[in-house]
Design a protein around this ligand. Structure first.
Ligand code: FE2
Length: 279
């Protein structure tokens, strides 16, 4: 699936952009299904807000119980001071997570794709295991930022193997909050580990190497249909979306089943709901 230049680039830079990976029809089907899930979502079920900036909301049981199901999360800036939505519900959701790929037929079809299985193999995943899916809305005007982090923080294996598959469902631009990465930064250390013990979760500092200066970050602008693959240790962030257009994306996180998956990772599976690959 990947040529030697693409494999070399991934090894050198820690990421790879593949334009035109998904058809317009496939994108439309996923967007339609996401809209239906949001439409069916009752906001009173939760006021859970996704943030990587403090531990308070991360401890929210709503988040923890979303590990192996399908739940909607609001943007941080979705509500006014009275706690009412400032805009329509459909424009207020930050993301849907975290087991769309196993529980929803439309998402499963998009995620279990022979082409994707081939890319994963070419990137070194001998026995891919897909732990997590997220539909990310990055809503116009209020789409929240996600500061520098490494995805391996959330999916620790020995040795490191987690690989991120990020699909642009709409054009991702600097204006609407595209990804920014530190090329080559995957050769640096893992800074943090997100650890779960029952319902107790915490972020542990592993290495004092600072996050990259924003000036070294490279924007990954990507046309709708592009697939961005990146190494679990690649530092990346995305800026807030202050533009009038959304930036929908879909992500999958896969590890190599031949490595050892930490029992302290926040998502665990057992025989009743086994983790599976891209096939
Ligand atoms: Fe990430």
């Amino acid at each position: 699936m990947l040529n030697s230049d693409q494999r070399t680039q991934f090894e050198r830079d820690g990421y790879l952009v593949i334009p035109g990976f998904k058809s317009a029809d496939a994108l439309a089907a996923l967007r339609q299904r996401a809209a239906e899930i949001v439409d069916a979502f009752d906001p009173s079920e939760s006021r859970s807000i996704f943030t990587t900036q403090n531990q308070l909301t991360a401890t929210d049981a709503y988040f923890l119980r979303s590990d192996n199901t399908i739940r909607c999360f609001f943007e941080e800036e979705a509500f006014d001071t009275d706690g009412k939505l400032k805009q329509d519900k459909s424009l207020s959701i930050n993301k849907i997570g975290h087991a769309l790929h196993d529980l929803d037929p439309v998402f499963e079809q998009f995620s279990r794709d022979p082409k994707l299985a081939a890319v994963a193999r070419d990137l070194g995943l001998r026995d891919a295991k897909v732990w997590q899916s997220m539909y990310i809305f990055k809503q116009p005007g209020i789409g929240g930022e996600v500061r520098w982090h490494q995805d391996a923080t959330f999916f620790e294996t020995t040795p490191v193997s987690v690989t991120t598959f990020w699909f642009a469902l709409e054009d991702a631009t600097i204006d609407n909050g595209c990804l920014w990465v530190e090329p080559g930064g995957h050769r640096g250390p893992m800074r943090e580990r997100f650890v779960r013990n029952g319902d107790d979760i915490k972020m542990e500092k592993l290495d004092s190497t600072p996050w990259p200066d924003d000036s070294v970050a490279v924007p990954l602008e990507a046309k709708a249909g592009s697939l961005v693959c990146f190494h679990g240790l690649l530092p990346h962030y995305s800026a807030p979306n202050r533009s009038p257009v959304s930036r929908h994306a879909y992500t999958l996180h896969a590890t190599d089943g031949t490595t050892s998956y930490s029992p302290q990772n926040w998502i665990q599976r057992d025989a009743s709901f086994p983790v599976r690959g891209f096939e």
